[in-house]
Design a protein around this ligand. Structure first.
Ligand code: ADP
Ligand code: MG
Length: 246
């Protein structure tokens, strides 16, 4: 099975308004295969969000190489990056970033509207199917502002998946949720991973949740200090990599 994501010697420095650049990623090497469900852990300020933003093509590395789905992104134009991002990557953040005055259905429609310009019946249907699959079909016409934190995050997951991305990047997606809601949101991501083979990279501080991932990567001070299969994974990967042809 092909590598979905390859990072080679990724460095990132921020220029903080002084002549001094501060490097926060010091050479990250990372490969992820299609269908993996991976936890990204590490202390606050260690560079996890910076790394996710680079992988998600929201920010460019200072140096190093990033390939997604076989495409080297290093020299792509902004327009090409935007297109690749829109069709390949879904985002879930700690804060949901839904449009609060819009309904659940309208929020899920949004990435398709951005892509295609205007709604059609296929989009409407796809948004409805996703809302059903996150068990919010009955909440379709409720405004985001009137939903609970857990429900809002499930709408955000439906929105992240609506373009059928290969890779979903989730930055502390359960950080604002109570334990039960966090559990539900995490299980939902796991289910999409198993049923559709969607690859997930999830930043979490929660060891119980990380224990349900197939692989745990830890970043400390801008370096990967651990990258190991998770022997405790309570949910093995859906598609075992048994053949070279798969
Ligand atoms: P984490 O997500 O692991 O908490 P971040 O990637 O957000 O870590 O931040 C890593 C380091 O980079 C921190 O020291 C942070 O202050 C710094 N940093 C993050 N974003 C910026 C920015 N836009 N400009 C300058 N420094 C930044
Ligand atoms: Mg962060």
């Amino acid at each position: 099975m092909a590598d979905l994501l390859v990072l080679e010697a990724i460095r990132k420095a921020y220029n903080v308004g002084t002549p001094v650049e501060i490097e926060v990623l010091h050479g990250i090497d990372l490969t992820m295969r299609s269908g993996e469900f991976v936890a990204l852990m590490g202390p606050s300020g260690s560079g996890k969000s910076t790394l996710l933003n680079i992988i998600g093509l929201l920010d460019r590395p200072t140096s190093g190489r990033l390939s997604i789905a076989g495409e080297d992104t290093t020299h792509l134009s902004e327009a090409s990056l935007t297109s690749l991002r829109g069709h390949t990557i879904g985002f879930v953040f700690q804060y949901h970033y839904l449009i609060s005055a819009f309904t659940a259905h309208e929020n899920v429609m949004m990435p398709m509207l951005v892509d295609k310009g205007r709604p059609d019946s296929a989009m409407e249907k796809r948004a409805d199917e996703l809302l059903d699959s996150v068990e919010l079909g009955r909440w379709r016409d409720n405004r985001a502002m009137n939903m609970s934190g857990g429900q809002q995050q499930r709408v955000a997951i439906a929105r992240a998946l609506v373009m059928n991305p290969s890779l979903v990047l989730a930055d502390e997606p359960t950080g604002n949720l109570d334990t039960v809601s966090a559990d539900g949101v995490f299980e939902l991501m796991r289910r999409f991973n198993k049923e559709r083979g969607t690859t997930f990279l999830i930043v979490t501080h929660n060891h119980d949740l990380a224990d349900r991932c197939d692989r745990i990567i830890e970043v400390v001070d801008g370096r990967i200090t651990r990258d190991s299969p998770n022997p405790a994974s309570k949910a093995p990967a859906a598609r075992p990599q048994t053949s070279a042809t798969g």
